[in-house]
Design a protein around this ligand. Structure first.
Ligand code: F3S
Ligand code: F3S
Length: 106
């Protein structure tokens, strides 16, 4: 299942990691929530395909290790989401629809 496009309404912000908001619920290492706000990655959907990180024209994403997660042992953190130019490439290329981008989301 891909990212919930209304995650900011349906989830609570539970903290921050690597300067990026985390939307719960979280229960590590199995459940890691959604990371980011303008550029949001559902960590529980991400399978570490990596196309988003390789192809983002402004290098928004950084790998982080997530040992013990059932889908993959690393994920992409949108550490530079403030640089996003809303090209939607990452949204379109992710094979599991783990990313949503919305500049109006706070
Ligand atoms: Fe990068 Fe475009 Fe996504 S700028 S974060 S690939 S919307
Ligand atoms: Fe993960 Fe999709 Fe990127 S699986 S690494 S968010 S292309």
């Amino acid at each position: 299942m891909g990212i919930d496009l209304n995650f900011d309404a349906n989830r609570e912000k539970v903290g921050e990691e690597n300067g990026v908001a985390v939307w719960g619920p979280v229960d590590p290492p199995e459940r890691l929530g959604v990371h980011g706000t303008h550029v949001a990655v559902d960590y529980d959907a991400c399978v570490a395909d990596g196309a988003c990180l390789e192809d983002c024209p402004v290098d928004v994403f950084t790998w982080v290790d997530t040992p013990g997660h059932p889908e993959s042992d690393r994920k992409v953190e949108p550490t530079r989401e403030d640089q996003c130019i809303d090209c939607m490439l990452c949204v379109d290329i992710c094979p599991v629809d783990a990313i949503d981008v919305d500049a109006s989301r706070q």
